[in-house]
Design a protein around this ligand. Sequence first.
Ligand SMILES: Nc1ncnc2c1ncn2[C@@H]1O[C@H](COP(=O)(O)OP(=O)(O)OP(=O)(O)O)[C@@H](O)[C@H]1O
Length: 311
Amino acid sequence: MVFVNVNELKKVYGNITAVNKISFTINNGEIFGLLGPNGAGKTTTISIIATLLKPTSGDVTIDNYSVTKKPHKVREILGYVPQDIALYPTLNARENLTFWGRMYNLNGKELKERVDEVLELVNLTERAKEPIKNYSGGMKRRINIAVGLLHKPKLLVMDEPTVGVDPQSRNSILETVKNLSKEGMTIIYTSHYMEEIESICDTVAIMDNGEIKALDTVNKLKEIVGNENTIKVFLHSPLTAERKTILLKTFNSSIQIKDREIYLTTNDGNDKLIDIISTLQSLDLEIDSVDIIKPNLEKVFLHLTGKSLRD
Ligand SMILES: Nc1ncnc2c1ncn2[C@@H]1O[C@H](COP(=O)(O)OP(=O)(O)OP(=O)(O)O)[C@@H](O)[C@H]1O
């Protein structure tokens, strides 16, 4: 069942079109990934979904409520986790959550229970009495997520929740998202880390320049680049012009050479791997490392936009 319906959404800032008439739907209980580089239009899109920003044209409905016509209804069922931390550093985690809970009209026993539950969800019950200023960046982000969950939203919108967090908090955040989804929550997860999107999302929209370039399941998106692998060889020292010419002639268009790095695309299993290694050996070139890069969303992005996600 469709839970979120984004219809011809457009946002213009002066002469910048941040979001250019995008449309997509998200089903109930789905983890929907929005993947794109800095400036793609992700934050603008989810800010409109979260009723924080008005679109120039188009609309979004959540559970059939329009974000432009019924924003108060949308806010009742939506939790938003912003990139910035919105917590009081001198108050402890429990006090911060209690403050935000009151903003959501929670009181008394219900408020206390919800604060306990969300602390448990983000694995910070044991640290709940410490002031936020003692927390690591990752722990602050986890409390930020807990704030977004206080009123039991049906849809959770997360804006790059793992940027700059330690690996332990990162794993904890990803686990929390998976568990919430298992319980039936619909989640929009934006990130420019394709590994995270690959590991948790059911459906992914690849966004660039305010447009959706592709939208599908992770596996279907990977099919865009076929089953092509890339062999990456790191040489001990840079190539001479003469050896570079020999390699380019031998492997034609399937090879790319950048200083000490050689990239070779291949569909034919190990044959190319053996070829390149024996050719390099015959040229007396010392190899530092060899990697096989399998199809991933980074490659899909490169294929669709001609640029790297991290450019
Ligand atoms: N308030 C604003 N005024 C003018 N331009 C803006 C404003 N907010 C965003 N933009 C521009 O709109 C485009 C999309 O920005 P947006 O923040 O939505 O991208 P993003 O994909 O979320 O990137 P990031 O990962 O860096 O947050 C960018 O070119 C940005 O400079």
